[in-house]
Design a protein around this ligand. Structure first.
Ligand code: NAD
Length: 461
């Protein structure tokens, strides 16, 4: 059995030393070379592939993640992001020519993408590899040095990532800082040139406040309650299968998991029956015994979620504290006073509310904070357009859940309470680059109209 060293904390002196070393290294200009960036990305790819078994074991230890879930959502997606960056980096990093106005003749305009410098990436525990390293790929591709702060709530994974990073990179280029709130607070006191944070909305505010002391730009990838609107005009079995998948994947501990259902009242009971069947098909009669179902990360989150299991429970409702197991639980006839509607659920509990017409569903969504994801199941183009045009959310997936975030060509991020900025693919490269505008003028021709004494007069003066 693999042993994980999980009680390491980076000292405050060491944090300061990392910043000093990274800034010195960045100033050498080594990371400006696209070839250098590609070499580092390839090193990371090889190391992740070489340590696959250890990473999957750590994810199982921290979250009971089934291997296939862990591989697809953590490793594959990160490796794919590296490949995508390697393939496109020459194109992304080339200065972009833009047209300039005639009054500036002769001139050329170009946008250069330059790295910020020292980038700090702070990640949560629910996808502790993906949410730490995928932004890191963007930061590396853009030519920054990187300080990684994994979540202390997934300590085995943090320890493996720390070991891997140490084995391939000098701390001048990439370093891992381990520790709890006190360590992160110390990290935030130092001046980063960019901070990329993934986590809760509450801590997002703490991060933004700390960043403001140094005027450091931030990306905040936050959470919230992502609604699923289920119209009556759907394929019931396919919709139910996808919703159940999204709510059971990582035991519902996904930032874009379906948080609650808004179901058209005409099909509610048929949809509940279908979800019951789908759950049985995917996990058998005893979900706790299934190898394909994860566990709640810790006791605090376990008890927080269990408090929501109350009211008209129509599916599931079982839990086992010793095993941190909570069955997928669907609760009908929920209103806004229900505990599951008071905060982001972030677990396998699915409350159901109903609506009679799409206006009602849209008004309900718009009455709350802007969600990270919004899902609509409907065959009607008219309803799809209504929902797209009259709601605001980080992203939307029509007729499925979650999968839109695993597409490198679609920027991923929140809006309002669910976040600020976005990343993935080229969007990551842009996030971690400063767009520097450069105008180059010719020096031989000089149109003198802008110089005093001004010959042009406005007619009315
Ligand atoms: P969290 O906000 O508690 O912690 C996130 C990170 O911040 C961790 O590394 C933690 O060590 C650090 N942190 C915690 N308290 C801090 C403090 N006072 N000062 C400085 N740093 C602090 O979030 P979590 O519980 O790890 O993750 C769950 C939340 O993250 C959910 O709200 C979820 O929706 C959100 N999330 C968002 C995305 C996304 O991509 N938008 C992805 C995953 C999770």
């Amino acid at each position: 059995m693999i042993q994980f060293e999980t009680n390491i904390e980076t000292s405050l002196d060491h944090i300061q030393e990392i910043f000093k070393r990274q800034r010195m290294f960045f100033n050498t200009g080594a990371t400006r070379s696209v070839q250098y960036r590609k070499t580092q990305l390839k090193k990371l790819k090889k190391a992740l592939t070489d340590h696959e078994a250890e990473i999957l074991a750590a994810l199982h230890k921290d979250l009971g993640k089934p291997a296939i879930e862990a591989y697809s959502s953590e490793l594959y997606t990160t490796l794919h992001e590296i490949d995508h960056a390697l393939k496109n980096l020459n194109k992304w990093s080339k200065p972009k020519r833009v047209s300039t106005p005639l009054v500036h003749f002769p001139s050329k305009g170009r946008i250069y993408h330059e790295p910020y410098g020292v980038v700090t990436i702070i990640a949560p525990w629910n996808y502790p590899v993906n949410l730490l390293l995928k932004p890191a790929v963007g930061a590396m591709a853009a030519g920054n040095t990187v300080i990684l702060k994994p979540s202390e709530l997934a300590p085995a994974t943090a320890s493996v990532i720390c070991k891997i990073v140490k084995s391939i990179f000098e701390e001048d280029f990439m370093a891992v800082v381990l520790g709890e709130v006190e360590t992160t607070t110390a990290l935030l006191k130092e001046k980063s040139d960019y901070i990329f944070f993934t986590g809760s909305t509450a801590i997002g505010k703490v991060i933004m406040e700390a960043a403001s002391k140094h005027l450091t730009p931030v990306t905040l990838e936050l959470g919230g309650k992502s609604p699923v609107i289920i119209d009556s005009n759907i394929n019931l079995a396919n919709a139910a299968r996808r919703v159940i998948w999204g709510k059971t994947y990582n035991a519902g501990q996904t930032c874009v998991a379906p948080d609650y259902l808004l179901v058209h009242e005409d099909i509610k009971s048929a949809f509940i029956d279908e979800m019951r069947q789908q759950l049985r098909q995917q996990f058998g009669g005893d979900q706790q015994a299934s190898h394909d179902y994860g566990r709640i990360v810790n006791d605090r989150h376990f008890h927080r979620i269990v408090k929501m299991i109350t009211g008209d429970i129509v599916i599931g409702g079982a839990y086992d504290a010793a095993d941190k197991y909570i069955s997928t639980t669907v609760i009908d006839n929920v209103d806004m006073e229900h505990p599951a509607m008071q905060e982001e659920i972030f677990g396998p509990v699915l409350p159901i509310l109903t609506y009679r017409n799409i206006d009602e569903a849209i008004s309900f969504v718009n009455a709350g904070p802007k969600p990270l994801a919004l899902y609509l199941f409907s065959r009607s183009k008219k309803i799809q357009n209504e929902v797209l045009q009259r709601t605001s959310s980080g992203g939307v997936c029509l007729n499925d859940v979650i999968v839109h975030i695993a597409t490198s060509t679609l920027p991923f991020g929140g809006v309002g309470d669910s976040g600020l900025g976005n990343y993935h693919g080229e969007a990551s490269f842009k996030t971690f680059s400063h767009a520097k505008s450069v105008m180059k003028r010719g020096l031989n021709i000089d149109v003198k109209v802008r110089y005093a004494p001004y010959k042009l007069r406005l007619p009315q003066l």
